[in-house]
Design a protein around this ligand. Structure first.
Ligand code: 13P
Length: 259
C-alpha cells in the first residue's frame, strides 16, 4: 500500500457510540496506546465519539497512534445544527475520517451524500476511510455490481492525485456485529480486495489503484485477525467491538506488526 514504506498496515478502531464516559474512554485509549507506541510497522487510529476526540488527542505522544472521527458533514461551516465539519475536526487534530459507514447508510446516507462528504474531507487534505459493503450475497453476483456502484458514486469527481487520501474499508453488512465464526474466510476477503482494486483500476488506472489501502471490517477478533491479514492480504482492519477491549485488540495490533 502506502507511501510511507515503514508503515505496512493500518488498524482502525471504530468505537461507535461507546464507551459511556470520558474516564472510560481515556482508560481504554491509554491501554491501547501502551501497545501501539511500541509497534513500528503499523499505524493505529482510534475513532471515538466526537465528544472524546479533544481529550484523547491530549494523550497522543507518538505518531504510531492517532485519533480519527466516525463521520463528518459535507459543509465546513454554517447553520447546520448538530453537524461536525471536516475543518472543525482538522482543527481538533484529526486526520482520518470514516465516511459512509453502513450504520449511517442504513439511516439514509446515500452514495450521493457520501460523495459530497468525501469531496469535503479530501478538500481539507484529510484522509477518508470510505466504507463499502453489500447487505447480502446473491448467487447471480448482483452484490458485485452493488459494490461497484458504491465505489464509483462515492468517489465521483476525485482525481488520481486525491486518491492518495483514500482508504477503502470493505465491510460486508452481513458480517458486522456478529461472532467471528460468521466473518468471511480470508480467501473470500482476498477475492473481494482484488475486485475492489479492479474497480479502482478501471476508474483511475492500475498504477494508482494498487496504492490504495484496502481494509477489512466485520466481527474481527484476535482469533481471526491474523488469517485475514495474512491470507486475506488486506492492508489493515477496521474494527468495532474488539477495539473497546484493549487486551484482545492489542493481540491483533501485534499480529499486524509481526507479519
Ligand atoms: P464489529 O467489529 O463490531 O463487527 O464492527 C465492525 C464495524 O462496523 C467497524 O466499522
Amino acid at each position: 500500500m502506502a507511501k510511507n514504506t515503514k508503515i505496512k498496515k493500518i488498524i482502525i478502531g471504530n468505537w461507535k457510540m461507546n464507551p459511556q464516559d470520558s474516564i472510560k474512554a481515556k482508560e481504554i485509549f491509554t491501554s491501547i496506546r501502551k501497545t501501539a507506541r511500541t509497534l513500528t510497522k503499523i499505524k493505529t487510529v482510534i475513532c471515538p465519539p466526537f465528544v472524546y476526540i479533544s481529550e484523547l488527542r491530549k494523550l497522543v505522544n507518538t505518531d504510531r497512534i492517532a485519533v480519527g472521527a466516525q463521520n463528518a458533514f459535507y459543509e465546513n461551516e454554517g447553520s447546520y445544527t448538530g453537524e461536525v465539519s471536516p475543518s472543525i475536526l482538522k482543527n481538533c487534530g484529526v486526520a482520518h475520517i470514516i465516511i459512509g459507514h453502513s450504520e449511517r447508510r442504513a439511516k439514509g446516507e446515500t452514495n450521493e451524500i457520501v460523495n459530497k462528504k468525501v469531496l469535503k474531507v479530501i478538500g481539507e487534505k484529510m484522509t477518508v476511510v470510505l466504507c463499502i459493503g453489500e447487505k447480502e450475497r446473491d448467487h447471480a453476483g448482483e452484490y458485485l455490481n452493488f459494490l461497484k456502484a458504491q465505489i464509483k458514486e462515492s468517489l465521483n469527481g476525485i482525481s488520481k492525485k486525491e486518491l492518495n487520501n483514500i482508504i477503502i474499508a470493505y465491510e460486508p453488512v452481513w458480517a458486522i456485529g456478529k461472532s467471528d465464526k460468521e466473518a468471511p474466510q480470508p480467501a473470500d476477503i482476498y477475492e473481494m480486495t482484488i475486485y475492489i482494486r479492479k474497480v479502482l483500476s478501471d476508474m483511475f488506472g492500475s498504477d494508482v489503484a494498487s496504492m490504495v489501502p484496502v481494509l477489512y471490517g466485520g466481527s474481527v477478533t484476535s482469533k481471526i485477525s491474523l488469517g485475514i491479514l495474512k491470507d486475506g492480504k488486506v492492508d489493515g482492519l477496521l474494527i468495532g467491538r474488539q477495539s473497546l477491549d484493549p487486551q484482545d485488540f492489542s493481540i491483533t495490533l501485534k499480529q499486524a506488526n509481526d507479519l
